[in-house]
Design a protein around this ligand. Structure first.
Ligand SMILES: Nc1ncnc2c1ncn2[C@@H]1O[C@H](COP(=O)(O)OP(=O)(O)OP(=O)(O)O)[C@@H](O)[C@H]1O
Length: 322
């Protein structure tokens, strides 16, 4: 049996997220069991430690130090399964994203010629137009994890400390290549903020400008905003590409209806032109919700319930919520 002191150290290091101390203590326990002649138990412990280390390495290869726990509070880790083909995008956006992906896939070649691949993107557009989904798809295409940073949360939770927290995030970008999505970017980028924390927000913005300029990592930095008109103009030139998203066109809405209804398994002949025309002005997210409502009807009440009138009702209900 391991000494009580060792068990205490194990529990403490686990609680503090100090992995290296946790594993070192576990190895000491295995060694002392071996010295007592409990060779099978020692071997079993060593195997468990190796297995745990390697599975952690695959899931999360963040730097193992005291800052890791702090980082975990700031960054939400997502393992994206979305690809660009899952998105309905204009030709321009498709081409821009394809270029980013191509340059990222040839990172070494570009860097060896002192050329910086595109990796700092500002995504601008109304709610539900695919900004977040794009960050997921980029990560999915490049086989990278995605970290989501909610800047409004960062400022309100860490008032007075947000600059230090932001620096921690930029340090993580150096140590750990991933896609870092700064969601609700306008919460720091805005020149016309109404909150009382104006001073703090201005300092965070200046710190962001400095950090993004200095950043020499191989990570992708994606910032998303609904409010481009309120962004500080100094921000725009810090990005390699500014991508403008809009609500879907009639043709794009039709594409979503066609692919979603086919996926769901609805065979009926519905007038997709009529449905798409009626949905003009809705966002991608809202069109998806209409497809979901239709899917629920299909699952719960059968195909007879899936009618054009019903779908138009859903469309009108979404339009009334403006
Ligand atoms: N271009 C697109 N192609 C297909 N589906 C889309 C597209 N854009 C959005 N969607 C659908 O809408 C949902 C919401 O989109 P997303 O979260 O990317 O919007 P957003 O622009 O980030 O919105 P917000 O500004 O509110 O964060 C997605 O999960 C997806 O189902």
């Amino acid at each position: 049996m391991a000494a009580a002191e060792q068990i205490k150290t194990l529990i403490k290091s686990f609680g503090e997220g100090d992995e290296s101390r946790f594993y070192a203590t576990a190895m000491q326990i295995a060694a002392s069991e071996a010295r007592k002649g409990h060779l099978a138990l020692a071997e079993e412990l060593k195997k468990l430690i190796d297995k745990s280390k390697s599975s952690k390495a695959v899931v999360k290869r963040l730097p193992v130090n005291a800052a890791q726990k702090e980082l975990n509070d700031l960054l939400e880790l997502v393992s994206p399964s979305i690809r660009l083909k899952d998105m309905v995008l204009s030709k321009d956006i498709q081409e821009t994203l394809a270029k980013v992906i191509h340059e990222q896939r040839h990172l070494d070649k570009l860097l060896s010629h002192n050329l910086q691949p595109r990796r700092k993107l500002l995504l601008v557009g109304p709610p539900g137009s695919g900004k977040t989904m794009t960050a997921h798809a980029l990560a999915g295409e490049l086989g990278l994890p995605l970290f989501v940073i909610r800047l409004d949360g960062l400022i309100s939770r860490y008032l007075g400390e947000s600059i230090a927290k932001l620096r921690l995030i930029f340090d993580a970008m150096m140590d750990f290549r991933a896609v870092y999505l700064f969601d609700e970017f306008d919460s720091i980028g805005s020149t016309r903020t109404q909150t009382q924390d104006v001073g703090e927000i201005k300092r965070v913005l200046n710190s962001f400008l400095l950090q993004i300029e200095k950043d020499k990592s191989n990570s992708l930095i994606v910032a998303a905003t609904n409010l481009p008109e309120s962004l500080d103009t100094a921000l725009f030139r810090r990005f390699d590409d500014i991508i403008n998203y809009t609500n879907p066109s009639e043709v794009q809405i039709k594409q979503i209806f066609a692919s979603r209804l086919e996926e769901i398994g609805i065979q009926k002949n519905l007038d997709l032109d009529h449905l798409s025309k009626s949905s003009m002005g809705l966002s991608y997210a809202e069109v998806h919700k209409i497809c979901e409502d239709t899917w629920k009807d299909y699952l719960l009440y059968g195909e007879n319930r899936v009618t054009e009138e019903k779908i138009i009702q859903y469309i009108m209900a979404r339009k009334r919520t403006y």
